[in-house]
Ligand binder design. Structure first.
Ligand code: ZN
Ligand code: ZN
Length: 689
């Protein structure tokens, strides 16, 4: 077992097949099939092409049958399956094709041929016709092994919910999990590990051990580090326990901000600023390297309340400066003092609420049976993919939700993960977040105004003899900073925060008025408006192949789905000149992709848009204006949200407003509107990469 991948890439392809994976995914068939004259197209070529009419003509005229075999002992169903010709597969099965027919050099079934390419919907169709996923081919691979080789996560997910032996071994004693680990497919490994695998290999190692061994590169160390383990898999011991670490990180910035302001107050400016910066770095070091015990200074603080601590500290010292200085010295502004008091109170309250509220965690299936039903339903509708199903949560993904990697859960109407409030911003706490930002901006402006009044009325001497000769600022500013350095430093610090909070507030208000989330806006150029298909996706840029067949049949057009992709393992899979641009995030401005996305945006209007007033109301009521529950919103109604709500209200009146009736009608509407996506203005959820 020197090179496990050699088996997959070398002998793995069905040797009998002239159709490679690449040609199977394109609509034109090259080489052999093109040389065949139109008049003598046989049933095998027609099956490859998915030409149902020709197959029907051949079968009805008696020239061929669904059980025919070509010179390599291959059936038409094999050829249709490996080319993802779903309609042809269905027709051949109706015409009596043998579902588990063995053929080709590897003596494999049609489902095994489809599995090599991860064709989820072909697999689903064949299983619906009682295909046996446990049959093994000449190499000892069953359908599960082959799907694992294909790296098609959704097909793997589907198969794991069929009666299949997860621990089955190939002729060399490898389970599907071992293959997933060899290939470095983290998602597949995760998925297979969830299915309770206890098998050990000849040397007594569990697949988990093998996954550890085989992934012992940088990625694995990093994963261990993130999970709080050393490289040897021993849990790291933090200096404090979980709870105290959080409390320490939350309160540390309060103390350090005080030290920094005092440093500026006590020391001359030229040493004070340097020492204050050193203190800031010291605080960062203590949080990241000591309390969190991480190996770097960045990207390890997102899960900790560090940034929330900085906000808390800022609020504390602004309030302190206001209470100890401004309130006594600027008594002539009672109204502003009252407004500031209310603003600080609201700001602190909404900040606390945004942190503690559940942002809108999406529900998960309560049982295995329910999960299986969800997967089965999505697969039968031809839309089991990464946009409708979350592999990490093992749950259906509602529209406009997104899986947050930091919080490790799907959040309804996900806006963004905000480290400043140590939480995701979703449907449930977006209101509190926006109030927090508004009161923060207002509070800083009021505080700055009072500080200005304080300094303009204070008996500040601008006598040159009182001003430090080292001060390089204008004389008045030198006098002010010397008069009350602490207050000046607090005001300067909070004014610094005003820059980004103002931009944040403006974008948030614009997005609320447009009924869009930060995630949707950031994808506008790449995917078009709220998921209208843009140009090349990020998958494409990263060297993955995607299939998007324009087709009338929704099931066919979604064959493969968002997660069926083939990795090009070359050093430069699809990078070219676009790689640097995409790395820098400039790609959205090049090659007319943004224009393409926006052009599609015009064609695919936002189905959630109710106009500015309606959008604001809907935002405030968490979806009541649209009549939706974002946690359970899986489809856009055919007739649009406004019309669906109107009809629902009419229906509720007809049902003489029975409480239970209203509820069940609502559920029925949600359930019943799940089909016929074609008339929804091309709306699709965003790809989440
Ligand atoms: Zn999720
Ligand atoms: Zn989050």
């Amino acid at each position: 077992m020197d090179d496990p991948t050699a088996i997959v890439s070398g002998k793995g392809e069905p040797s009998a097949s002239a159709v490679t994976a690449a040609s199977a995914t394109s609509s034109n068939f090259p080489q052999a099939t093109q040389t065949v004259q139109e008049q003598d197209v046989n049933i095998f070529v027609a099956a490859q092409r998915g030409d149902v009419d020709t197959i029907r003509r051949l079968i009805e005229s008696g020239k061929a049958s669904a059980t025919d075999r070509d010179e390599q002992n291959i059936t038409p169903l094999h050829w249709a399956a490996i080319n993802a010709q779903l309609a042809a597969c269905r027709y051949l099965l109706e015409q009596g094709a043998e579902v588990d027919a063995l053929g080709g050099d590897l003596v494999a079934t049609p489902m095994q041929w489809a599995a090599r390419n991860g064709y989820l919907y072909v697999i689903q169709l064949l299983i619906a016709h009682n295909a046996d996923p446990n049959i093994t081919d000449a190499q000892g691979y069953n359908t599960l092994h082959l799907v694992t080789h294909s790296s098609s996560v959704m097909a793997l997910l589907y198969l794991l919910h069929q009666p299949i032996n997860v621990d089955a071994r190939d002729s060399q004693g490898h389970t599907a999990l071992m293959w997933a680990a060899y290939q470095g497919d983290a998602l597949s490994v995760d998925l297979l590990l969830k299915h309770d695998i206890r098998a050990k290999d000849g040397e007594g190692r569990t697949p988990r051990d093998m996954a550890v061994e085989l992934k012992s590169l940088g990625a694995w160390k990093r994963a261990l580090d993130e999970g709080g383990f050393t490289e040897d898999g021993i849990p790291k011991r933090k200096p404090l326990n979980e709870r105290n670490t959080r409390i320490a990180i939350l309160t540390l910035p309060i103390a350090f901000l005080y030290f920094m302001f005092m440093t500026l107050k006590i020391l001359p400016w030229y040493t004070g600023i340097i020492l204050a910066m050193a203190l800031f770095f010291g605080m960062h070091h203590i949080v990241t390297r000591v309390l969190l015990d991480k190996s770097n200074y960045t990207d390890s603080v997102a899960q900790s309340p560090y940034f929330a601590g900085i906000i808390t500290g800022s609020i504390v010292w602004v309030t302190y400066a206001w209470l100890t200085r401004l309130i006594h010295q600027t008594e002539s502004h009672p109204f502003i003092h009252l407004t500031l008091a209310i603003t600080i109170g609201l700001c602190a309250y909404n900040f606390f609420r945004a942190i503690t509220l559940d942002p809108g965690t999406c529900p998960k299936p309560s049982s295995d049976a329910e999960l299986k039903a969800v997967i089965e339903e999505l697969a039968s509708q031809g839309r089991l993919n990464g946009q409708t199903f979350c592999i990490q949560c093992m749950a259906r993904k509602p529209l406009r939700s997104k899986h947050c990697r930091i919080c490790d859960r799907c959040i309804a109407r996900h806006d963004h993960h905000c480290p400043w409030v140590w939480n995701c911003i979703g449907v449930n706490n977006h209101r509190q977040f926006l109030l927090f930002v508004i009161t923060l901006v207002l509070g800083i402006i009021l505080f700055d105004y009072l500080t200005f009044e304080y300094f303009s009325t204070a008996p500040i001497s601008t006598d040159p003899s009182n001003i430090s000769p080292s001060c390089i600022l204008p004389a008045t500013l030198c006098a002010i900073t010397a008069y009350d350095t602490f207050l000046f430093a607090v005001a300067a610090w909070s004014t610094l925060q005003l820059s980004w909070t103002l931009i944040l507030l403006a974008t948030q208000l614009w997005q609320v008025a447009r009924q869009m989330t930060t995630f949707e806006v950031s994808n506008l150029g790449r995917y078009g408006f709220m998921g209208g298909r843009g140009g090349a996706t990020l998958h494409g840029q990263m060297g993955h192949q995607h299939r998007h067949l324009p087709s009338e049949d929704s099931a066919d057009s979604n064959l493969g789905g968002a997660h069926t992709h083939r990795h090009s393992h070359g050093m430069c899979g699809g990078c070219g000149s676009g790689f640097l641009m995409s790395l820098l995030g400039f790609d959205r401005f090049t090659k007319g992709k943004a224009a393409d996305g926006l052009a599609r945006a015009a064609k695919a209007p936002n189905p959630f848009d109710l106009g500015i007033v309606g959008n604001c109301k809907d935002f405030w009521t968490r979806g009541q204006e649209l009549g939706v529950e974002y946690e359970r919103l899986y489809d856009v109604p055919l007739e649009g949200f406004a019309e669906a709500k109107r009809r629902r209200e009419e229906g509720a009146d007809d049902l003489h407003a029975n409480e239970g009736g209203r509820k069940s009608l609502r559920n029925k509407l949600f359930m019943g509107l799940g089909l016929g996506r074609s008339s929804r203005n091309g709306y699709e959820p965003l790809s989440q990469v």
